[in-house]
Design a protein around this ligand. Sequence first.
Ligand SMILES: C[S@@+](CC[C@H](N)C(=O)[O-])C[C@H]1O[C@@H](n2cnc3c(N)ncnc32)[C@H](O)[C@@H]1O
Length: 282
Amino acid sequence: MATVNDLLLRHSELSPASDTALLDTELLLCHSLSVDRTWLKTWPDKELPAADSQHFEQLFKRRLEGEPVAFIVGTQGFWTLDLGVSPHTLIPRPETELLVEAALELDLPDQSLVLDLGTGTGAIALALASEHPSWQLTAVDVQPQAVALAEQNRSQCQLDNVQIYQSDWFTAVANRQPQAKFNLIVSNPPYIEVDDAHLFEGDVRFEPASALVSGTDGLDDLKIVVGQSSGFLQPAGWLIVEHGHEQGEVVRELFNDAGFVLVETRQDYNQMDRITLGRLQD
Ligand SMILES: C[S@@+](CC[C@H](N)C(=O)[O-])C[C@H]1O[C@@H](n2cnc3c(N)ncnc32)[C@H](O)[C@@H]1O
């Protein structure tokens, strides 16, 4: 019979394909045994029933074939939340937590209205809603399956201050909330160039183009979001967007052209340009 440690040692087989081979193996083993990582560390010599080892082998094989761990186990941690994922939208990334941090640092009213454009799993909206129960959040996505997933995550997290519906960027927002002027708009839109070689590598291969690709220069959606946000913001309202690491300068130009002030790009933990924010005039 294989022990916990025997199965964890399999991580070396993943090393060429994954930068996080040991963590991936631990998460797959946790999922197949329904235990947490502390349990694995506490019981390294525990002998496992054949059925549990076989379940692990099935999951491990999928990871060896390149499938992201989040799709295999069905969830991904983001901020303090455990979110359901699906192949219809992006798996939330740790870099996007930078956008959440930046939003939480702003000096916004207690009763703020916040809009999350392209919500996917609901990651950004749900993280903000969990930190500020007095904020009212609207989260939209063009993909109906993403809207359903975000709603499922909202319900699972028991967050009543978020409404989620389908919208092609601002189109349905303008119809459903015609009077709404938001204090903050946040968005992590698709921003990858259509022929970017990264689309054919690693976990990204399993995610939909609708969540990743935005025209020949990756800027089609950022232009819409930045260009149209001022019409939906309160005076002195803020916009924060995530973007590619080579897009900081051009995104700052988009903000300046759209009338934003205090425009600033911040870098992620790898010192790469990752988010840009700006405020409308008073
Ligand atoms: C990069 S993913 C971000 C998902 C999520 N906000 C996150 O940070 O994990 C971009 C999301 O934008 C959505 N999207 C793409 N085009 C859109 C559009 N025209 N209107 C609204 N959402 C759109 C995609 O379906 C996808 O869920």
